[in-house]
Write a protein that binds this ligand. Structure first.
Ligand SMILES: [Zn+2]
Length: 324
């Protein structure tokens, strides 16, 4: 009569059994000589295959002890990783912490995240001297025309970094001898892949935002100010989706999308004209300057457009409408 646990022994040695099944098997092993003998046989085979210079007689307790230690270690590393991730979510609040110890510790994932993202997104950062409406450039400033994306990058990248760091600590405080080098290498490679995927997703979403902005496609709100020469701005109107549904503003979006690209231009900062804040569906947002006389519109990223007289007239209207 063959013991029914015998079938599980190979999976157990290869650590493919779920934790509950492994624990049940361990309890059974203590009282079943048949399974003990089989485990010895399999463990010797494994040792020979791995070319380990261990004695061929591996006591069951050693094999079982090693597998138990590894399981406990993996559990610890997982818990550390989850806790690290949760703590990392708060990292961005500590960059200006007056208390140096918590600042150094808690802000570290944020700083490392910034350092890690920089090679990919540095070109997105706007020069600091430039005036920016509030909220356009977010925490790290890597996605200036998509504050939502910048917020997500600022929130989750430090969490990923902190989770990785905590898992490494979890590994270091565990019995490291029980971990296979293969597993460690796989973990490090996995962490690198996760980080690259994350930056890839951020980059792709931002490229999409930039493309939408360049096409002036998906505008869902426009705020209009009148700017006087040398500064001083007067709020004119906020045109939202409701406004765009009825005349005369139903023509405005069509007019903007039909605008003729006029190549890169310097943003006419502080020049008289209209200042717009274009908000796009999906999180994009960018300031634009309109010169009613030359009918030139320049986005904050330097993209120029030539608007039709009808479109200019519509943009000039909000003030009159509101005044009535
Ligand atoms: Zn048995």
């Amino acid at each position: 009569m063959t013991c029914e646990y015998k079938k599980q022994l190979r999976d157990y040695l290869e650590e493919k059994l779920p934790p509950e099944a492994a624990a049940a098997l361990e309890a059974h092993l203590a009282s079943c000589p048949e399974c003990q003998a089989e485990l010895d046989r399999l463990a010797e085979g494994e040792a020979a295959l791995n070319l380990l210079r261990e004695p061929l007689e591996v006591p069951d307790e050693v094999v079982v002890g090693r597998i138990k230690a590894r399981r406990a270690g993996l559990r610890r590393i997982t818990v550390y990783g989850v806790l690290g991730f949760l703590l990392g979510l708060f990292s961005r609040f500590y960059t200006r912490d007056p208390f140096i110890v918590t600042k150094a510790l808690m802000a570290l994932p944020y700083k490392l995240a910034q350092f890690g993202l920089e090679p990919f997104f540095k070109k997105n950062v706007l020069p600091p001297r430039r005036w920016l409406p509030q909220g356009v450039s977010g925490g790290m400033g890597f996605f200036p025309y998509n504050p939502l994306l910048d917020f997500l990058a600022t929130l989750f990248t430090p969490a990923l970094v902190a989770a990785f760091g905590a898992m490494v600590i979890g590994y270091l405080v565990s019995d490291r001898r029980v971990f296979l080098r293969r597993g460690v290498v796989r973990f490090l490679a996995g962490a690198a892949v996760v980080f690259l995927l994350w930056t890839g997703v951020l980059g792709a979403l931002y490229a999409q935002t930039e493309a939408r902005i360049a096409r002036l496609d998906g505008i869902q709100e426009i705020t209009v100010w009148a700017v006087e020469e040398g500064g001083g701005a007067r709020w004119l109107a906020r045109l939202d989706r409701d406004a765009f549904r009825q005349p005369p503003y139903d023509q405005l979006l069509a007019g903007l999308q039909a605008a003729r690209p006029a190549g890169p231009q310097a943003y006419p900062e502080g020049r008289a004209g209209l200042e717009l804040m274009l908000s796009f569906a999906g999180g994009g947002r960018i300031p634009a300057h309109v010169d009613p006389e030359t009918r030139k519109m320049v986005l904050f990223n330097g993209t120029g457009y030539q608007l039709s007289p009808e479109t200019i007239a519509l943009l000039g209207k909000p003030g009159e409408v509101k005044a009535k």
